[in-house]
Design a protein around this ligand. Structure first.
Ligand SMILES: Nc1ncnc2c1ncn2[C@@H]1O[C@H](COP(=O)(O)OP(=O)(O)OP(=O)(O)O)[C@@H](O)[C@H]1O
Ligand SMILES: [Mg+2]
Length: 349
């Protein structure tokens, strides 16, 4: 029995190789969305990149990967069935914003590694956004040479149309998708906090995990990213200026009442020579430290090669520590640390 068009909210058309000729499927999708504008047309395809533009032109709402997990399928179908429902009602993923008051403390290192780690759990449903608007270096850290950047997304339909947005993302071999930073600082002038807000709203609808790298300090763009975060990862180096900055940042967040669901404090560059201990940091910020990453020459080496250490050396101590942070977001059982004391490489419950 064919249901009344009024009762149909979504139609899923299989475009996988051999299923049906692609051109006639797109034509059918076009005719369908014209005749029944309230019905969402979805395509099941393993060639999303190639089909995206054609699909966009024919009124397709979303593209579904045949390998998507049940959870991802549910997310897309629920989203499509709900039409224009407020995204916050349907969003069931995580937005992980990585920030710090000071520069050079390891934000990009953590963001790229965490994103690649999450992409291993949810390939095609993890996106990394380079919100270091002027001097972002996520593309270099992942050895990507993007055709499009954040600058292209904010001037076109990429901020409102999910398929247009997906055509502008860079693809990493891990399955991670990336909003790369602008090619030159001058291009960043046009990017406003409102653009960032719109971009993150759309990404939250489309991806299970949104990881955001930021510039040092509290720019308006970073505040927009913190506003959307389910998890805020605050990073500091193990030195007095870094820890003082962190204390001020925590105070500022309290003052402006931006309260993301969970805060995670990460200390980077732990080594035996420094004067400060983790206990000193906890006393200064009046809260526990969640994760401690040791200083390791392998980190800059892998960054310079454009492969995050979590992918290049998954069994390395630093990789295992980062995996524990990933498991906190992805609800997977993390590899157990074989080393370390109370804090080293361990997450507090
Ligand atoms: N645990 C570590 N051990 C050794 N080197 C590290 C470690 N973490 C990061 N680094 C190196 O420190 C440098 C700065 O790291 P990164 O670029 O991630 O910092 P950032 O906070 O993003 O900097 P910026 O604020 O300038 O964007 C890089 O060369 C990186 O490879
Ligand atoms: Mg950085």
């Amino acid at each position: 029995m064919v249901p009344e068009p009024d009762a149909v909210r979504s139609v899923l058309i299989d475009v996988r190789e051999g299923a049906s000729p692609e051109s006639s499927v797109l034509e059918l999708a076009g005719r369908f969305s014209e005749k029944y504008p309230s019905v969402k047309v979805l395509l099941l395809t393993d060639e999303a990149e190639r089909l995206a533009l054609g699909a966009l032109r024919h009124g397709v709402t979303d593209l579904l990967d045949p390998d998507a997990s049940i959870e991802d399928l549910r997310l897309v179908l629920r989203r499509s069935a709900n039409g224009g429902v407020n995204h916050s009602e349907t969003f069931s993923g995580r937005v992980i914003t990585i920030a710090s008051p000071k520069g050079g403390v390891g934000k990009t290192t953590l963001a790229t590694n965490v994103a690649v780690g999450l992409a291993a759990q949810a390939p095609k449903s993890t996106v990394l956004v380079d919100l270091d608007i002027q001097f972002g270096d996520v593309a270099a850290a992942l050895d990507l040479d993007p055709t499009y950047t954040l600058g292209d997304i904010v001037v076109g339909p990429g901020l409102t149309d999910p398929i247009a947005l997906k055509t502008l993302l860079a693809q990493h071999p891990s399955g991670l998708q990336v909003v790369c930073g602008v090619h030159s600082p001058a291009e960043a002038d046009v990017i406003t906090p409102q653009h960032i807000d719109a971009l993150l709203r759309l990404l939250k609808k489309e991806f299970r995990y949104v990881v955001i790298d930021t510039a040092p300090g509290m720019s308006e763009q970073t505040l927009a990213a913190i506003d959307h975060a389910t998890d805020l990862v605050l990073v500091t180096s193990l030195d007095v200026p870094g820890v003082r900055g962190l204390r001020k940042e925590l105070q500022l967040l309290d003052d402006i009442e931006l309260q993301p669901a969970t805060r995670h404090i990460v200390i980077n560059f732990e080594d035996a020579t420094g004067g400060l201990t983790v206990k000193d940091v906890e006393a200064a910020i009046e809260r526990p430290v969640d994760l401690v990453l040791e200083r390791s020459a392998k980190v800059p080496r892998t960054t310079n090669q454009g492969t995050p250490i979590i992918a290049a050396m998954p069994r390395d101590k630093v990789s295992r520590t980062i995996s524990e942070l990933v498991s906190r977001f992805a609800h997977i059982s993390a590899p157990q640390s074989r080393w370390g004391g109370r804090h080293r490489g361990r997450l507090r419950p």
